[in-house]
Design a protein around this ligand. Structure first.
Ligand SMILES: *Cc1c(COP(=O)(O)O)cnc(C)c1O
Length: 407
C-alpha cells in the first residue's frame, strides 16, 4: 500500500491570496467602471535592467553555436558569478565571504525551504510571527510540528513581532536550535540594528544554535548604519547561513536566480555532540538534487554587478523606495501608525481594527487592494501590508483616493 507523508495533512490551506482575488473579483463585477489598484503584491513590476537583458541575449546566442555552447554547468554556479557575488555583496562591505561559499540557485524560496532537510527532525525550531509562510510550511512537511490549533502549529516556538518590540522579535526565553530571521522584513518592513543582530549571533553561539538569515530585501536598506549581511557581525560565520535573491533588487522574480551563503566554519552537531561542517552537507545536497541555474540566467545575474548594472539597479530600487515614501507619508498624515517603508518596500500599517475589515473598507471605498496582515500569522491580525512594488502613477493615484476617502 502506498501511504502518504501524513505531515502534509496538517498544513493549513493558505486562502490569503485566493480570498483576496475573490473579493476583488466580486467588487469589480459590482463596479465595472472602477479601476482597481493593487498595492498588495509581493512581486516587482518594472522590467529587467537593460544590462541584464543585454547579457541574457548574448548568452542565448552563445548557446546556439557549437563552439560556445554550454551543457551542464557546475551545480554550485559558474565561477564568474560566484566571484562577482563574493566581491561585490560581501568583501566590498568588509564581510569575509569567499566565492566557494556561495551556492547559486533558482530561488531563495527553494533554498529557505530545502535547507531544513540537513537537520534532525527533533530540533526545536523558532519562527517569527508574522512570517513569510515558507519557513513554517516546510517544517510542517518535515514533521517538526504537531497539529494546528488557535492559529499556531504545536511544537514550534513563535517569535512575536509586535508594536512592543518594534516588530523585531526578542530572544527566546527557552533553548532553541534553529532560528529563522528575515531583515529587512517581509511582511512588516522592519529592520534590525547591528547590536540587535549581534544579540542573535551571540545567542546562537552560546546555545549551539543556527540562524537562517533571509536577506532578500537587503538592497532596500538606505540607512548606512544597518547591517546588510549577517556576516558583518563578528562571530556569525560559525552560526549563520544567509539567503539572498536577485528577485526583488533586480526584478528576477520571473527569471529566477538567487544564492545561499554557507561559510566553511558553519557547524551543526551529531547526536554525540560532535561538530560537523554544514558546507559539505549542503554541497552534497545541492549536487545530488539540483543541476544548476541556466547559463543565460547566470550571465544576466553577473551583469547586475557590472558598472551599468549597478547604476540601473540603484535607479530601480530608488523608484520603488520613492513609492514607499509616498505611501508611508500619506498614511502617517491620515493618522495611521506605520513601520517599514524606510528601508524596505513594505509598509506595515496598524488598521485600528480587524485586518480584513480594513481590507474590505479600503477596497469598497477606494478600489485599492492591500494585504491583510492576519494572513501572515496571529500577530499580523490588526495590521495591513501595503507594497511599494508598483508604478509611481498607480501609487500616487491610490494615495490620492485613500486621502479623499479616509479623511
Ligand atoms: C521574495 C522573497 C524571497 C525571494 O524568493 P525567490 O524564490 O528568490 O524569488 C525570499 N524571502 C522572502 C521573505 C521574500 O519575500
Amino acid at each position: 500500500m502506498i501511504t502518504i507523508n501524513e505531515h502534509y495533512l496538517k498544513l493549513q490551506a493558505s486562502y490569503l491570496f485566493s480570498d483576496i482575488a475573490k473579493k476583488v473579483n466580486a467588487y469589480q463585477e459590482a463596479h465595472p467602471e472602477q479601476e482597481i489598484i493593487r498595492l498588495g503584491i509581493g512581486d516587482v513590476t518594472h522590467g529587467l535592467p537593460p544590462a541584464c537583458v543585454e547579457a541574457f541575449h548574448k548568452a542565448v546566442d552563445e548557446m546556439g553555436i557549437d563552439a560556445s555552447f554550454r551543457g551542464y554547468g557546475p551545480e554550485q554556479g559558474y565561477a564568474f558569478l560566484r566571484e562577482a557575488i563574493a566581491e561585490n555583496d560581501f568583501q566590498a562591505r568588509g564581510a569575509d565571504i569567499s566565492a566557494d561559499e556561495i551556492f547559486v540557485s533558482d530561488g531563495a524560496k527553494c533554498d529557505t525551504s530545502n535547507i531544513q532537510e540537513l537537520f534532525a527532525r527533533e530540533i526545536q525550531v523558532a519562527i517569527p510571527d508574522p512570517v513569510y509562510p515558507v519557513y513554517l510550511d516546510t517544517n510542517v512537511m518535515a514533521g517538526r510540528t504537531g497539529t494546528f490549533a488557535d492559529g499556531r502549529y504545536q511544537g514550534l516556538i513563535y517569535l512575536d513581532a509586535t508594536r512592543e518590540n518594534n516588530f523585531v522579535p526578542d530572544l527566546p526565553t527557552e533553548k532553541v536550535d534553529l532560528i529563522y530571521l528575515c531583515f529587512p522584513n517581509n511582511p512588516t518592513g522592519s529592520t534590525i540594528t547591528r547590536e540587535g543582530l549581534k544579540r542573535w549571533v551571540d545567542y546562537a553561539r552560546e546555545n549551539q544554535a543556527l540562524i537562517l538569515f533571509d536577506a532578500a530585501y537587503e538592497a532596500f536598506i538606505r540607512d548606512e548604519s544597518l547591517p546588510k549581511s549577517i556576516y558583518e557581525i563578528e562571530g556569525a560565520r560559525e552560526v549563520a547561513i544567509e539567503f539572498r535573491s536577485l528577485s526583488k533588487n533586480a526584478g528576477f522574480t520571473g527569471t529566477r536566480c538567487a544564492y545561499t551563503v554557507v561559510p566553511k566554519e558553519c557547524r551543526a552537531f551529531d547526536s554525540n555532540g560532535n561538530a560537523h561542517m554544514i558546507h559539505p552537507l549542503w554541497n552534497r545536497r545541492h549536487c545530488t538534487k539540483f543541476n544548476g541555474v541556466s547559463y543565460p540566467v547566470q550571465r544576466a545575474a553577473e551583469a547586475v554587478y557590472s558598472a551599468a548594472g549597478k547604476a540601473q539597479i540603484t535607479e530601480l530600487v530608488s523608484a520603488y523606495m520613492e513609492n514607499a515614501d509616498i505611501i508611508r507619508e500619506s498614511m502617517i498624515e491620515l493618522g495611521y501608525d506605520c513601520v517599514g517603508g524606510d528601508n524596505a518596500p513594505y509598509i506595515w500599517i496598524d488598521a485600528k481594527g480587524g485586518s480584513w475589515d480594513f481590507f474590505d473598507m479600503l477596497l469598497n471605498k477606494t478600489g485599492v487592494v492591500c494585504t491583510p496582515g492576519a494572513g501572515f500569522g496571529r500577530c499580523g491580525e490588526g495590521y495591513i501590508r501595503l507594497s511599494a512594488f508598483n508604478s509611481r502613477e498607480n501609487v500616487e493615484k491610490a494615495m490620492q483616493r485613500i486621502k479623499e476617502a479616509l479623511v
